[in-house]
Design a protein around this ligand. Structure first.
Ligand code: ZN
Length: 480
């Protein structure tokens, strides 16, 4: 990251500038964690060209504005911040929210109920559910997301979700999930949703060659992500790690989610989840694990030492009564921690700023009022997530960083009286939708609405597909 006072490159006619100015506060998340009153950001192409106080805007940008070579957006009453980074999701689950049979179960019972529906997913369902989930995230200030897709029934492919992300204009880390140990082999999922390990590895290689972009400001990266210890073999975990390192892509899975998960690990592998991860080569800066609610002290120390990341999913952990992840201890040990909304069937809302709020509140339930500040929650949700995904080009607003940002209007009723600290108000008060979102230099949300996507027809199709999916399993006699 370079300093905000670096002299700006004069804009060319070909690159129209975007100037955001008069933000109530600009939250930079830069190395000094500066918060700038009456802040401004200049966007040139996909990157931030300048960030600072509106009064200090360099004259070259003001000249560009006068000459009609810049668009300006006024952000009085708004907090402008780096776009939020979602490190764990299962977007297809937006079709199976609030399924009555899975409302009140813990993880294993919840999964067993839902596998039956998920086995009937189609490629169109993957596309429409991914776009819907991304619309929800974008409207909550999220600009980069990962999605962990681990079943591919009826001809579905990871390409379906990557193409959906591309249509939405969202920065995307597509995690190629997999399940290979079905019920007949002692795993949890039914046999019809598991794949052969040879097919999984071959498809992983194909996807990396087709879609993975290792470059700066990449909009698409591929991640290898066998689903969980109870649905894939040790061999697949090891071979995925070997392939990922050969190709330079990241690794992601679920780990240490609840007490049953720990018991499974002890019984099947005679190891804690952290020992299992280490044994398989699943630690390092290129690995992040979802949940880690039950990561023990030795596991926390191991993850801190090796730079192994964690996707914290507070709403899901509460929804499934999994427990309170030891986030404070992890951060003190140097573990990179990001935030994840988790799948839409275990967190039936996917509001990234709302998730940051729940992270702060849940930490306090477990460890007292000083356990997490509002600013720490915002840090985890932005630069923390960037680090977990292995990126140094997102998560902060400074020259040379990707132009990914969101603005929230604090002039509504839910923030009334909170002007003493607008930044903390983002987390303490009930969050609304993002008023503005910019991704890779493009305005994607304006006036609280998606710019490029007609939401009503998307939601209508999503509603129809969700009903089809549910009725096929739960009311087969009435399904068409
Ligand atoms: Zn998950």
């Amino acid at each position: 990251m370079t300093s905000a006072s670096a002299s700006p490159t004069p804009p060319t006619d070909a690159q129209k500038l975007l100037i955001l100015r008069h933000a109530e506060v600009l939250v930079t998340m830069d190395e000094q964690r500066r918060e700038i009153p009456d802040g401004a950001v200049v966007v040139q192409g996909p990157a931030v060209a300048w960030a600072g106080a509106t009064a200090d805007l360099p004259v070259t940008y003001l000249d560009a504005l006068k000459a009609g070579r810049a668009e300006v957006i006024d952000l009085h009453g708004h907090v402008l911040m780096p776009g939020l980074v979602n490190t764990h999701h299962h977007m297809y689950q937006s079709l199976t929210r609030v399924v009555p049979e899975a409302q009140d179960a813990e993880l294993f019972g919840w999964l067993t109920n839902l596998y039956l529906l998920w086995a009937r997913l189609t490629p169109e369902m993957i596309r429409v559910s991914t776009q819907t989930a991304m619309a929800e995230l974008m409207l909550s200030g999220c600009t980069t997301t990962s999605d962990h897709l681990y079943l591919f029934p009826n001809g579905s492919r990871l390409d379906d979700s990557i193409e959906a992300a591309s249509a939405m204009g969202m920065r995307f880390h597509a995690a190629r999930g997999s399940m290979s140990v079905g019920r007949s082999s002692g795993g949890l999922p039914p046999d019809e949703v598991v794949e052969s390990e040879a097919d999984i590895l071959a498809d992983s290689e194909r996807l990396i060659a087709r879609w993975h972009n290792p470059g700066r400001f990449a909009m698409q990266r591929v991640v290898l992500a066998p689903c969980s210890p109870f649905s894939v073999s040790r061999d697949l975990m090891r071979e995925s790690a070997v392939l990922a390192r050969d190709k330079g892509v990241s690794l992601h899975t679920h780990l240490a989610e609840n007490d049953n998960d720990i018991a499974y690990s002890r019984e099947k592998f005679a190891m804690t989840p952290a020992e299992y991860a280490q044994d398989l080569g699943w630690v390092g800066h290129d690995v992040w694990h979802a949940h880690c609610v039950k990561l023990d002290d030795a596991g926390i120390a191991l993850f801190g030492r090796t730079g192994t990341g964690v996707a914290h999913c507070p709403c899901s952990n509460m929804r499934l009564a999994s427990g309170i992840a030891p986030i404070g201890a992890m951060r003190r040990a140097g573990v990179p921690v990001g935030l994840g909304v988790d799948g839409s069937a275990s967190n039936d809302g996917a509001h990234m700023l709302g998730e940051a709020r729940q992270a702060m509140l849940l930490a306090r339930v477990g460890h007292g009022p000083a356990a997490m500040t509002a600013r720490e929650a915002l840090e985890i949700a932005t630069i923390g997530g960037a680090k977990v995904l292995g990126r140094d080009d997102i998560g902060a607003l400074a020259p040379g960083m990707a132009a990914d940002m969101a603005a929230f209007d604090l002039r509504g009723v839910s923030h009334a009286g909170a002007w003493h600290d607008p930044v903390a108000a983002l987390v303490f008060c009930q969050p609304g939708q993002a008023a503005l979102s910019v991704i890779n230099g493009q305005v994607r949300v304006r006036g609280g609405e998606l710019v490029d996507v007609a939401l009503p027809p998307l939601l209508q199709r999503h509603r129809d597909l969700a009903r089809t999916l549910y009725d096929a399993v739960r009311h087969p006699h009435t399904a068409g």
